[in-house]
Design a binder for this molecule. Structure first.
Ligand SMILES: C[S@@+](CC[C@H](N)C(=O)[O-])C[C@H]1O[C@@H](n2cnc3c(N)ncnc32)[C@H](O)[C@@H]1O
Length: 344
């Protein structure tokens, strides 16, 4: 299995992240490093590389196919973060985070791969939602430094995604004028931490997908969500599950017996069922490992037809490692910290 292309892409995401970091003034750099160290104090989490790779690889496909059928291509990041992501312990072990990937990756790929040259301008509009005020401020600073102040199409939004999204949806659907078939195609990237209160709510996702045509990629923190739900009992558990997965989830998963704990597999089944109930027939889960177990799944749901989605999932499976140690070793090689896997 060759992971050369994987390493090349990580290397590019790292180089770009370092060059953006250098554009920040001293105070901004200090605040960013402080934030990243606070979020990820001592532990490494190279597993984050996988979701970012899945995200980056999806964008060119989305843009090239979407451009053939839709007039406007919109990106919505529900949990944007500061723009850069710290992956390992070292200060410089950073790569582009999801919002900056959505901004820069189209032009990177367009310049490298001739058949993607048409996507150079990227998305037509990008909404970047972040709940934490200081993180959202950092994101704005980074965008201003890396892209410039006058980029109207990039719209950072301070607030909870579950309250911000309905407004974005109604503005976009007013624009599409009820003619959703060929007007607007949305790529929604949802990357919450595992806390229950961070999750995108079923009702919000449902109304978004009723109003607009939307491809969804979501980090499903299956282990953490299962743990959080298992701690709740009776009606509290039922209510939380309904908020995240919609009504009747308890019955459908056969969880009426209140004493049972919720497993990561229940969480995956709940998402599968929920996406099916709002019209997604193609729902794929890519498991991501840490310390010999699955830590989260990347969920991809599209109403798009054709074989390309299966091809995309095969590409991720074949061209990026599932094993955590291998992922870590390749990342360290990609950023020039380690010359061989044996050395690791
Ligand atoms: C896992 S991080 C996102 C990382 C980012 N996607 C990246 O690739 O770098 C989750 C972010 O979501 C924010 N957040 C948590 N709950 C949120 C919510 N309900 N709405 C919007 N943002 C939220 C957190 O402050 C945090 O910055």
């Amino acid at each position: 299995m060759s992971y050369d292309r994987f390493k090349e892409h990580l290397s590019e995401m790292h180089r770009k992240a370092i060059s953006i970091l250098k554009l920040l003034n001293e105070e901004e750099q200090y605040r960013l490093k402080n934030f990243l160290n606070k979020c990820y104090p001592s532990q490494e989490h190279y597993w984050a590389v996988k979701k970012l790779f899945c995200h980056a690889m999806y964008i060119p496909m989305f843009l090239i196919i979407g451009r053939r059928h839709f007039k406007k291509l919109v990106y919505i990041d529900t949990h944007a973060g500061p723009g850069l992501a710290k992956i390992g312990r070292g200060d410089n072990e950073i790569i582009l985070g999801s919002p900056l990937i959505s901004i820069f990756w189209p032009s990177v790929i367009a310049q490298r791969v001739r058949r993607f040259s048409g996507i150079i301008d990227g998305f037509d509009e990008l909404y970047l939602i972040e709940k934490d005020q200081s993180i959202e401020k950092l994101l704005r600073n980074i965008i201003n430094a890396a892209v410039g102040h006058n980029v109207d199409k990039i719209i950072p939004c301070l607030g909870d995604c579950n309250t911000k999204l309905p407004k974005i949806i109604s503005e976009l659907s007013a624009e599409s004028n009820g003619n959703r078939i060929d007007r607007i195609l949305v790529y929604l990237f949802a990357d919450p931490y595992g806390k229950l209160e961070s999750q995108l709510k079923y009702n919000v996702l449902k109304s978004l997908t009723e109003e607009l045509t939307v491809d969804v990629m979501m980090t499903v923190m299956s282990v953490n969500i299962a743990r959080g739900l298992s701690k709740l009992k009776g009606l509290d558990r039922e209510r939380s599950m309904e908020i995240i997965f919609g009504e009747n989830v308890i019955e459908t998963l056969n969880l009426k017996d209140g004493a049972r704990t919720i497993s990561p597999n229940h969480v995956i089944q709940a998402y599968k069922r929920m996406m099916g109930s709002i019209g997604y027939k193609k729902v794929k889960f890519i498991p991501v490992e840490f310390a010999k177990g699955t830590i989260y799944h990347v969920m991809l749901a599209t109403k798009g037809k054709g074989k390309w989605i299966d091809n995309y999932v095969d590409y991720i499976r074949n061209k990026s490692p599932q094993d955590y140690d291998m992922l870590k070793a390749l990342f360290l090689q990609a950023i020039g910290k380690q010359s061989s896997i044996e050395q690791y």
